[in-house]
Write a protein that binds this ligand. Structure first.
Ligand code: HEC
Length: 96
């Protein structure tokens, strides 16, 4: 019962984040300085727009726990909560 409720709340917040995709969620603006928003820009930092939501979440969690090698993302990822990461990942996944 409780688990089902928690899942429903989780889905609702993801849906809300996707529905509001025109407005970047809190924290997302901090990513675009390094992760170029425009597809026409070639940078050594991988683009996030259009990436699978689960891939972004997984990478952020691995950066945070230190299991994924990083130069800067480990420190950046530690500044974000699970909820913020979910919202940011959903927003980037909805971008082209
Ligand atoms: C200071 C520059 C900088 C900022 C700001 C930044 N990133 Fe990164 N990001 C990088 C670099 C550089 C890498 C490559 C891994 C490394 O060296 O840390 C990376 C890698 C990643 C990856 C893995 C991509 C892949 O294909 O392996 C994800 C996901 C990611 N960043 C998400 C984010 C999110 C979400 C934010 C905003 C909360 C963000 N980044 C902010 C520089 C940045």
């Amino acid at each position: 019962m409780h688990r089902r409720l928690a899942a429903a709340i989780g889905c609702a917040s993801i849906a809300a984040a996707v529905a509001a995709s025109a407005e970047p969620p809190a924290g997302a603006a901090a990513c675009s300085g390094c992760h170029a928003a425009s597809p026409g820009v070639t940078t050594p930092v991988p683009r996030l727009a259009g990436r699978d939501r689960a891939d972004i979440v997984k990478a952020m969690q691995e950066f945070r726990s230190g299991t994924r090698p990083a130069t800067v993302m480990d420190r950046i990822a530690r500044g974000f909560t699970d909820q913020e990461i979910l919202a940011i990942a959903a927003w980037y996944a909805s971008q082209r």
